[in-house]
Design a protein around this ligand. Structure first.
Ligand SMILES: C[S@@+](CC[C@H](N)C(=O)[O-])C[C@H]1O[C@@H](n2cnc3c(N)ncnc32)[C@H](O)[C@@H]1O
Length: 165
């Protein structure tokens, strides 16, 4: 299963193409067997990686999103560990590491919620719970994202094992 069928309901074709392209890039670069998907939303990347990575934990702070993922999971028979929890609480209780961490288009929310300094510290902590961090900063037109860590644009995918902050 590449994604759950409801995911693109109402979305334009370019949105779908972008997501599929990102998923293909991710599939090429993940290693090992485990994934933490932070801010999983409707679970597109979690479901999309499940066949490649058998051990997936996916978190989001919005109950309706996690409930939606769980409904799809029941229908599709997958075994992803979806959890409704905020990033800070999750990191405070995280007792393991993952081969891959997706932190995709979430950090701008964290900056907004926590402020620049705390968000930078959380990004550092996110980089420490996995061997490979895949990180992006959302849309270029989301101005609040830009300049958070020194200005300018960030590459769409984080460099494995590179520490930020
Ligand atoms: C723009 S969406 C990105 C979804 C997905 N990662 C992607 O790249 O398509 C941001 C997601 O992060 C979640 N989120 C925002 N703040 C969060 C927090 N503090 N803890 C956990 N999830 C959070 C939102 O609920 C939303 O599902």
């Amino acid at each position: 299963m590449d994604y759950h069928p409801d995911f693109f309901a109402g979305a334009g074709s370019s949105c779908r193409a972008n997501c599929e392209e990102r998923l293909a890039v991710l599939r090429r670069h993940v290693r090992g067997s485990s994934l933490l998907d932070i801010g999983c939303s409707g679970g597109y990347y979690s479901f999309g990686m499940r066949e490649r990575l058998p051990d997936v934990v996916a978190i989001d702070e919005v109950p309706e999103l996690v409930e939606g993922c769980l409904r799809v999971q029941e229908r599709e028979g997958t075994d992803i560990d979806f959890r409704c929890v905020g990033l800070v609480e999750f990191l405070d209780s995280a007792v393991r590491r993952w081969d891959n961490v997706f932190y995709l288009s979430v950090h701008h929310h964290i900056v907004e919620q926590e402020g620049n300094a705390k968000a930078a510290e959380l990004l550092r902590r996110v980089s420490e719970v996995g061997d490979r961090l895949f990180f992006d900063m959302g849309q270029q037109n989301e101005k609040r994202c830009q300049g958070t860590l020194g200005g300018g644009c960030f590459p769409p995918w984080g460099t494995p094992r590179r520490r930020i902050g």
